[in-house]
Design a protein around this ligand. Structure first.
Ligand code: GDP
Ligand code: GDP
Length: 444
């Protein structure tokens, strides 16, 4: 199970700069679409053999100049609830402010590991100023410069030192031939209701595996002739003490559930349509390369006109438009209350799980793809012709991954990759699962 690190602190201390520095290397590798604001809030960091998720709690604050103390207090509280390690960022050039002190006051009460990060230490001679941060009573301050990278390696060493010892392999915790579904979505979309609808009164539980020190647990069910795990998190079970409408609240609460799942059932409230919170959660699902089923819930509440085939189609295309370029996923219109299509949701999630594991033989792949490529070859770049010679699917990848061997792999651009992906999707059933296309040098 993943570790979660939260960055907290008052505005302008350098939280987002630090977030960017720590997530940078990873981003370059995964080649995500960048430039969307939601990318600023959640990322993955690899350091040695450790991998963890990181959230910048400040990323949610729109106007960070005149932010209320109360708002920061909530932010910090949520971070404390969810994170394994908390980075309390302060500004060495400015020293301690009242706001820093009140955040420190909250942090002193928590049992989780808090690291005081003295940012903006751009040169070593500034480090002596860090002494004043001992006053927080939160241990040795770590000096860093988010801008030039000074001290960030030591910071990463320190962070990973405080992770729980690697728990038993996931494989020992659950039977990994069975799918793990997470029900996610913003508050009031109907997550608890649909989980109750799945489970029914008799709570047909086979086994209960507590995630030891963690919040997340898998509960195994045998329902509708399907055997599966539901990833249950405290965030979904417990109702929040803080204002549930806080956007970052539902997003942070979803992280664990998503990371621990194979397929996410994203609940959308039919009476509200897709909103920014839904997009944030969708983005988390994508970054973690999980399968997706969109469940448009509360379908009992929409007008008769919307329920017609035409109304439904309109709703569907609106969703696909918002989630583009990924559009090959199932959408189910359901009602947790009337139980309409509840079975269908589980059935579809099971299909997505199968699709995510699907393997296409090299021969079959070549036979279909090579003529398609011949008909529509990669555009020549800088006067050079690109030839794709060989295609194969990687045997043991987390999601279906296809290697295309070509003479000039670096010249194959995003639109052509998309063409290849769409071709593959048109021939084999990969509905609901992300797929990866990698170009490789044929000479290797
Ligand atoms: P946030 O509001 O806490 O997320 O802070 P930002 O990351 O937006 O940074 C606030 C300001 O501090 C920006 O102008 C940054 O360029 C600057 N800043 C961030 N980190 C450093 C640093 O390590 N050294 C210096 N000198 N400036 C920094
Ligand atoms: P959660 O916060 O996502 O767990 O949402 P809940 O399951 O607590 O549901 C929020 C509210 O929406 C509750 O009042 C539910 O009764 C209601 N609700 C959930 N699903 C449906 C549905 O399919 N139809 C109707 N009419 N109400 C629903």
């Amino acid at each position: 199970m993943g570790n979660l690190v939260a960055i907290v602190g008052r505005p302008n201390v350098g939280k987002s700069t630090l977030f960017n520095r720590l997530t940078q290397s990873r981003r370059a590798i995964v080649n995500e679409q960048s430039g969307t604001t939601r990318d600023r809030q959640y990322g993955k960091v690899t350091w040695g053999s450790d991998e963890f998720s990181i959230v910048d709690t400040g990323g949610w604050i729109v106007n960070s100049d005149d932010i209320f103390e109360d708002e920061i207090r909530k932010q910090v509280t949520i971070a404390i609830d969810e994170a394994d390690v908390i980075l309390f960022v302060v500004d060495i050039l400015n020293g301690i402010t009242d706001l820093d002190n009140s955040i420190a006051q909250i942090l002193r009460k928590v049992k989780k590991k808090v690291l005081v990060v003295a940012n903006k230490t751009d040169t070593f001679d500034l480090q002596y100023n860090a002494a004043e941060f001992y006053a927080f009573g939160l241990g040795d301050p770590l000096i860093i410069s988010a801008v030039n990278g000074l001290g960030t390696g030591d910071l990463l060493d320190e962070i990973t030192k405080h992770f729980a010892p690697k728990e038993k392999d996931d494989k020992e915790l659950y039977e990994d031939t069975l799918p793990r579904f997470a029900v996610v979505g913003r508050p009031n979309a109907g997550k608890s209701s649909i989980i109750n609808a799945f489970i029914g009164e008799d709570r047909n539980i086979v086994t209960d595996i507590a995630g030891t020190t963690r919040d997340s647990i898998y509960t195994r069910y045998n329902k509708f002739n399907r055997d599966f795990y539901l990833v249950d998190t405290a965030g979904i079970r417990k109702k929040a003490k803080v204002n549930e409408d806080l956007e970052y609240y539902s997003v942070i609460r979803s992280i664990r559930a998503i990371e621990n799942s194979d397929v996410c059932i994203l609940m959308i409230d039919a009476t509200r349509g897709i909103e920014s919170q839904d997009l944030n959660i969708f983005s988390l699902i994508q970054k973690n390369k999980k399968g997706l089923v969109v469940c448009v819930n509360k379908w009992d509440l929409v007008s008769e006109e919307q329920k017609t085939a035409k109304g439904q189609k309109g709703f569907e295309s609106a969703i696909r438009e918002r989630l583009a370029p990924f559009t090959d996923f199932p959408i189910i219109f359901a009602s947790a209350i009337t139980k309409q299509r509840i079975f269908k949701v589980i059935e579809t999630a099971s299909e997505v799980f199968e699709n995510k594991k699907r393997k296409v033989g090299t021969h079959e792949l070549m036979e279909f793809m090579m003529p398609a490529i011949e008909n529509y070859p990669p555009p020549a770049t800088k006067g050079k012709y690109i030839k794709i010679k060989y295609i194969t699917q990687l045997p043991n990848a987390q999601v279906p991954t296809f290697l295309f061997f070509a003479n000039l792999p670096q010249y194959v651009k995003e639109p052509y990759r998309r063409f290849l992906e769409n071709k593959i999707r048109s021939q084999w059933n990969f509905r609901g699962t992300p797929i990866q296309i990698f170009m490789r040098d044929k000479s290797k």
